[in-house]
Design a protein around this ligand. Structure first.
Ligand code: S3P
Length: 188
């Protein structure tokens, strides 16, 4: 027997939660689920926590109480994850979480923040498949995506510890890149 490393040798444990930020349609939920499955971490989605706390779908929160109320719920969801002091989480966040400056230190306290980016064309193509996003329920959703992206792209870049471009990568490739970078920085 030798001590030579083999492919099946277990990798060092990852000692951080993973937090995903990025625009709607950047792949946070799909990549997040994959990351959680690969690492044996638990997957959490702040949008799902908000829906649970409010007892209604996101579109209804926006329609009934407005975006500001949604942002309150979202910040509370983030704080609740920190309060529980839980480890081995992959947290997918809503695309607007970076618009509230006070959320940024909370994201970093929670874990390693990976920012998922994609070109405007790819984002538009992806979000067009799902009509449930209230912010894109406008007369010209293409223009809305363009305007929101212009404002938010710098916010994701500033909030993230690491950016991954997803336009021409599979979810699996994006997940692998994030794991590799997180291991480089946070392996025990
Ligand atoms: C939002 C993104 C949505 C959801 C809400 C607002 C945004 O989440 O939080 O509709 O402001 O970009 P996804 O990024 O998961 O679509």
């Amino acid at each position: 027997m030798t001590d030579r490393p083999t492919k099946s040798q277990p990798q060092a444990a990852l000692s951080t939660n993973l937090v995903l930020v990025g625009f709607m349609g950047s792949g946070k939920s799909s990549v997040g689920r994959l990351l959680a499955a690969r690492l044996g971490f638990r997957f959490v989605d702040t949008d799902a926590l908000v829906v649970e706390a409010a007892g209604m779908p996101i579109a209804e929160i926006f329609a009934t109480y407005g975006e500001a109320a949604f942002r309150e719920y979202e910040a509370e969801a983030l704080e609740s994850l920190l309060d529980q002091n839980r480890q081995r989480l992959v947290v997918a966040t809503g695309g607007g979480i970076v618009t509230r400056e006070s959320n940024l230190p909370l994201l970093h306290r929670l874990g390693f923040v990976a920012g998922l980016t994609a070109s405007e064309d790819v984002i538009f193509e992806r979000v067009s498949r799902n009509k449930k996003r209230p912010l894109l329920n406008t007369p010209n959703p293409r223009e809305t995506v363009s305007n929101l992206l212009a404002v938010r792209a710098p916010l994701y870049a500033a909030a993230a510890d690491f950016l991954v471009e997803t336009s021409i990568r599979s979810h699996a490739e994006v997940a692998e890149q994030i794991i590799a970078e997180a291991r480089r920085r946070f392996s025990e």
